[in-house]
Design a protein. Structure first.
Length: 550
């Protein structure tokens, strides 16, 4: 085997979005498309490493969510890594590693970084999406500075260094060699499971299942299956069959592995049956998202973060208390109320997990969350689906209370933040950009305006000043905040691969326990109408309502 240097030409559009580079599989299948991006990444890493040695002598972690093209991409990346100075790759067996597991392995093995092959909650299969993301030595998503440098390099890259070695045997544990690089195929679950053992009271959880506690985890035919099966059924003694759709399939069995009440409808209807299990949960394609469900009761992700914050001391890994909490801007302010009551610092960041990394690294926060079914903690630098499920399981065990009763009690104590997200998918890019541009232009005139009983007290385009590295991220979403705490937020998705997706986030606060059980969409109907009045959503998109409301 030898290292080949082959000429290449730049592709347009290789700019990573909210979470890595995501494109249709057909785009990734173009000759050199993946190679160009990975070569650009390696070029940047080789040029930017502080010791001047770059990747030389370094270890990278590699794995993905098992979607279509995962196995082919793994082979290509190994051959590129071997030709660009990497000393060792830790590869998940079969090319499999969940996003939180990549983060856990990078941290546990002190690797230089890692590559995650995933388009997360986007559908898979030959007609679906593929994606690639780089995580740094803290285990977290690369910062914008790095992803922008990689993007710039993709526009100038002219040659690819790649080994012509034959494919490696990626299904067998153990060490192999490619050029001078070692490839160690590792158990994808082991490091992650060890971390979960440190955080949660496994004896308590074992006892719960031994006494007949019932649970259903829908892994949506995605990468969370092996993790949930091994930990819940294997180690904690949950009955076989507790985890359903547990085998990662290249097309997720046709499911859309996005754990919300619309796409995980199966779980929702199962949890509404008279013989429903005590606890239900689902994860997304790469197992970093979670949905928590009680009997006929769905927990809003923003509420989940607030409850975790309120009860953290009951969980062994957090018994000493929290350093602080952070939420993405569109996430509801439910957690802010808990943080205030507990005297904890509370940060508001732009959408995307990469913005939590600095706060976690600096020891300023312990828990983080996003409205998009993502919660996590300082144990890794990604959101973590199974971690959140184990947290809620441990919480039920420690309190002896059900999911529904925990949430109801929380609302009585702190008030309820009614919350919904309306997605307008497949909008023409020009129409979506026009809507946002006009909204931004209208902001000065919106301040102080009265809508019904509400007055706009803040109208801006959210900008984030990172308190750790002083970087500034502008244009992160238009916010209208009202005098009663209600919020209406508009932003465009940065993870889609077709047209534009407008996300409209609606929130109102209700302190009165007698008014905390209104169906969410009716509670927020007036804010939805207001949003349409202000932004002309129906008129501009031609859609009479959102394609998904969760
Ligand atoms: C979406 C979510 C965001 C999340 C991101 C990645 O981004 O809104 O909260 O961090 O997906 O999650 P956007 O730009 O489409 O709104 V995952 O599980 O897809 O990595
Ligand atoms: Co995900």
């Amino acid at each position: 085997m030898t290292i080949q240097t082959t000429p290449t030409q730049a592709f347009a559009g290789q700019r990573p979005g909210t979470s890595g580079l995501r494109k249709k599989v057909s785009v990734f299948l173009q000759p050199n498309y993946l190679e160009n991006f990975v070569q650009s990444l390696f070029d940047v890493l080789n040029a930017s490493a502080p010791d001047g040695l770059g990747l030389h002598g370094q270890t990278l972690v590699l794995g993905g969510d098992g979607r279509y093209h995962n196995r082919v991409a793994v082979q290509t990346i190994l051959k590129l890594a071997a030709a660009n100075g990497v000393r060792r790759v830790l590869l998940g067996q079969g090319g499999i590693l969940s996003t939180p597991a990549v983060s856990a392995v990078i941290r546990a093995r002190e690797a230089f970084g890692g590559i995650v092959l995933s388009a997360s909650h986007n559908p898979g299969g030959p007609d679906g999406d593929f994606g690639i993301k780089y995580n740094a030595s803290n285990g977290g998503p690369a910062t914008e500075t790095l992803t922008e440098a990689v993007y710039a390099r993709t526009q100038t890259v002219t040659q690819i260094n790649i080994s012509d070695a034959p494919d490696l045997a990626i299904d067998t544990l153990g060490v192999q060699q490619i050029e001078t690089m070692q490839v160690e195929v590792i158990d994808p679950v082991a490091d992650y499971a060890a971390l979960m053992r440190e955080l949660f009271d496994f004896d308590l959880l074992r006892g719960m299942f031994a006494r007949g506690f019932t649970m259903r985890v829908d892994a949506m035919n995605a990468v969370g299956g092996p993790y949930a099966k091994e930990i819940l059924e294997g180690e904690l003694g949950a009955p076989v069959g507790t985890v359903v759709n547990a085998t990662p399939l290249p097309d997720f069995g046709g499911l859309h592995p996005d754990p919300n009440p619309v796409n995980a409808e199966n779980l929702i209807s199962h949890m509404a049956r008279s013989d429903a299990p005590d606890f239900g949960a689902a994860m997304d394609g790469d197992a970093d998202r979670n949905m928590v469900v009680g009997r006929n009761f769905v927990v809003t992700p923003s509420d989940s973060l607030a409850l975790m914050t309120a009860h953290a001391k009951l969980i062994p890994g957090y018994k000493a208390g929290l350093l602080g909490v952070a939420r993405s801007m569109p996430t509801s302010a439910a957690v802010d109320r808990v943080a205030r009551a507990l005297g904890l610092p509370c940060f508001e960041t732009p959408t995307g997990w990469k913005f939590f990394g600095n706060l976690l690294d600096a020891g300023r926060v312990t828990l983080c969350g996003e409205e998009s079914y993502g919660t996590g903690s300082s144990h890794v630098r990604e959101k973590d689906g199974l971690w959140a499920i184990l947290f809620w399981l441990n919480l039920q065990g420690a309190t002896g209370r059900s999911v529904e009763s925990l949430v109801h009690e929380h609302w009585r104590t702190y008030g309820r933040n009614y919350y919904t997200r309306h997605d307008y998918e497949g909008v023409a890019v020009d129409a979506a950009n026009g809507l946002m541009a006009d909204l931004r232009a209208a902001l000065p005139g919106l301040l102080g305006r009265i809508f019904g009983s509400r007055c706009v007290v803040l109208a801006d385009d959210f900008a984030y000043n990172d308190p750790v590295d002083a970087s500034v991220s502008k244009a992160q979403g238009v916010r209208l905040i009202f005098d009663d705490g209600a919020r209406v937020i508009f932003r465009l998705s940065g993870t889609g691969t077709e047209g534009a997706t407008l996300r409209l986030y609606l929130e109102s606060y209700e302190a009165d326990p007698a008014r905390q059980d209104i169906p969410v969409q009716s509670a927020l109907a007036d804010l939805a109408a207001l949003a349409d009045q202000v932004a002309g959503i129906a008129r501009r998109t031609g859609m009479s309502g959102p394609s998904v409301a969760t």
